[in-house]
Design a protein around this ligand. Structure first.
Ligand code: FES
Length: 360
């Protein structure tokens, strides 16, 4: 008997007004014509609740690009799911937020590219985006939505970490997620431009430690340090096929958002099979599920049930083999490859590298 997933990430659309260089969505995006209909999404939400999913993350792209966002939220609520909207804020109006509130939206996660307007607009490649986001912040405060600030940090904004945490407090966030960029999807193309330096990473860790203790009870700080500088890998997805399930805009069901980079996996679609069947019997979900599927080094490791061998997609991206240990692990052979990448990219005074922006 396989335990059900706790959380479902519904990538409602790949459309997005921003063009962030660290976008983690796949290289081949789903077009608007391929997107699931409103009815199909509602059916997935009902199936998810029946399967045992508790939390629904409405994401994208920019989920506000879907005209039926309010209807979808209402349906998810009726199905009994906790609803969290992950948004850049662009595309939300006060009226839409009011309607989302009435539909029962539980929580908002607002992304911020930088707390400095010009840098934010440069990173998102969207002029005036920061000012629009600030208007959305006012409305969110007015309506009283519980708010988390999402900040993707990298070489260009990690020095502003203290300011970013202060900003989260100013806008009334209860939580801030500081995720150093993970090099998947489009972000891998911009690795050279985004890779922080070791000094930046060490300073960030000190800041997080200090702020976490001083702001205890006022602001929860979740910090995801940059993978490449860690000694051991992260427990990606809390373990493959274990706690999370992702749905692409066209209904393809994935064990994680980058799983399609692993060529020998077969992905199924909710248009053809039930969510429960795909979760329990799907080839992609069972390929790396549980600790028995881990490479021998990980199976023998005392961290086996802590990091589950790390990220399969990172092993694929860096080493060309999803079945070997995540190269972040200091015990693994692949670490040499990662260290060579770092030696090349993590140069203190390297000249700035231009962003390769993502466009749909
Ligand atoms: Fe796929 Fe980590 S992103 S396992």
């Amino acid at each position: 008997m396989i335990d059900p997933p706790i959380a479902m990430l519904a990538e409602l659309t790949h459309r997005c007004p921003l063009s962030c260089p660290y976008c983690s969505n796949p290289l081949h995006l789903t077009t608007v014509r391929q997107e699931l209909t409103t009815e199909a999404w509602i059916d997935i939400f009902v199936q998810a609740a029946q399967l045992g999913v508790l939390q629904l993350h409405l994401s994208g792209g920019e989920p506000a690009s879907r005209r039926d966002l309010v209807e979808l939220t209402e349906a998810a609520q009726s199905a009994g799911l906790y609803t969290n909207l992950i948004t850049s804020g662009i595309g939300l109006t006060k009226e839409r937020l009011r309607a989302l509130d009435a539909a029962g939206l539980d929580h908002i996660q607002l992304s911020v590219q930088s707390v400095k307007a010009s840098l934010a607009d440069q990173i998102g490649n969207y002029s005036g985006g920061f000012d629009r986001k600030m208007k959305v912040v006012d409305w969110i405060q007015e309506l009283g939505f519980p708010l988390t600030l999402n900040a993707v940090m990298h070489r260009h904004n990690l020095d502003d970490l203290s300011l970013t945490i202060e900003f989260a407090q100013t806008i009334g966030a209860r939580r801030i997620e500081i995720a150093c960029v993970q090099f998947q999807g489009w972000a891998l193309r911009n690795r050279k431009a985004l890779q922080p330096t070791l000094d930046q990473v060490n300073a960030a860790k000190d800041i997080v430690k200090d702020k976490s203790s001083r702001l205890r009870g006022k602001l929860a700080i979740d910090f995801v340090p940059p993978d490449y500088f860690s000694d051991f890998p992260k427990a990606c997805m809390g373990g493959w096929g274990s706690t999370g399930i992702n749905i692409n805009p066209d209904g393809t069901v994935l064990p994680c958002h980058a799983a399609q980079t692993i060529p020998h996996l077969t992905f199924e679609n909710v248009k053809e099979k039930s969510l429960a069947e795909i979760w329990s019997k799907g080839q992609a979900f069972n390929m790396y599920r549980g600790v028995d599927c881990l490479p021998p080094l990980c199976q023998a490791c005392e961290r086996r049930n802590i990091d589950f061998g790390g990220c399969r997609c990172q092993a694929m991206a860096i080493l060309g083999d999803a079945a070997v240990p995540d190269p972040v692990c200091r015990k693994s052979e692949g670490r040499k490859v990662l260290d060579a990448v770092l030696a090349e990219e993590e140069i203190e005074d390297a000249p700035p590298v231009e962003f390769v922006y993502r466009h749909l």
